[in-house]
Design a binder for this molecule. Structure first.
Ligand SMILES: Nc1ncnc2c1ncn2[C@@H]1O[C@H](COP(=O)(O)OP(=O)(O)OP(=O)(O)O)[C@@H](O)[C@H]1O
Length: 240
């Protein structure tokens, strides 16, 4: 198996509700893979299963050839959840130091990583402030910095740029490309079509099913249209 993320016939039910229905997809090493779909389509549920925070009702997931969940994978996966998981009584720097301390990093490497991650999300000047005084966008940025802190091979980002202004959004995407070129694998969820355009490969999700997948240009070619939004509507059978 050479794929970084392998999802094999994953289904998930909550009570009687089928939230994911037989999802299979493969993310190759070095890809930026986008999961795009409307609110409630099941993206977050799938992401939580990939990182091992939730278990599938059926099917299985492998990350880096290792069946999920596995403790040793934590070092290799950087996860940015949709809800910020931060210590609001601590400063931004203390949060980063705390998460860095969970990983096997030497003290000097920890310091370098904290400086790098804070700079990437443009929070260097705010590191000494308590997180409770951060804006929503600043908390998102800090969450992204936390996901990057241990220099993971795989990044799983659940709507990473929500609430982030366009300029910083661009610089974050530039950094995602740089990380990809270093060989990292990135899975990102979004419901913003212009972000979907930036992915190497996309899976369009609706009602817990992948309605179509491929590169943005393949999808547009396949459906004979020029916008991904139209592809999504056409593939989902909801043309306007
Ligand atoms: N723990 C849970 N218990 C019951 N239902 C849940 C649970 N978690 C998610 N769901 C339901 O599963 C469905 C998919 O939710 P999910 O959060 O995966 O969607 P999403 O595509 O990530 O949406 P969004 O873009 O708004 O985050 C929704 O109908 C949601 O209400």
């Amino acid at each position: 198996m050479s794929s970084t993320i392998l999802i094999n016939k994953v289904s998930k039910t909550f009570g009687k509700k089928l939230v994911l229905n037989q999802i299979s997809l493969t993310v190759e090493s070095g890809q930026i893979y986008g999961l795009i779909g409307p609110s409630g389509s099941g993206k977050t549920t799938l992401v939580k299963i990939i990182v091992g925070m939730d278990s599938p009702s059926e099917g299985n997931v492998h990350v880096l050839n290792t069946p999920v969940p596995k403790l040793q994978l934590l070092q290799s996966i950087g996860y940015m959840a949709q809800a910020d998981a931060l210590y609001t009584d601590l400063t931004g720097e203390e949060n980063l130091a705390f998460f860095a301390s969970l990983f096997k990093l030497k003290k000097n490497v920890q310091k370098e990583r904290i400086a790098y991650a804070a700079d990437l999300v443009n929070l260097t000047a705010d590191l000494k402030k308590k997180v409770q005084n951060y804006s929503g966008g600043m908390k998102r940025r800090l969450s992204l910095a936390v996901a990057l802190i241990q220099d993971p091979e795989v990044l799983i980002l659940d709507e990473p740029t929500v609430g982030i202004d366009p300029e910083l959004r661009q610089s974050i995407w530039a950094e995602l490309y740089r990380l990809k070129n270093e060989g990292k694998t990135i899975l990102v969820t979004t419901h913003v079509m212009d972000e979907a355009e930036k992915c190497d490969c996309l899976a369009m999700v609706r009602d817990g099913e992948i309605i179509t997948s491929g590169s943005p240009s393949e999808l547009k070619k396949q459906y004979g249209i020029t916008s991904l939004e139209e592809v999504f509507l056409k593939a989902g059978g909801k043309q306007r």
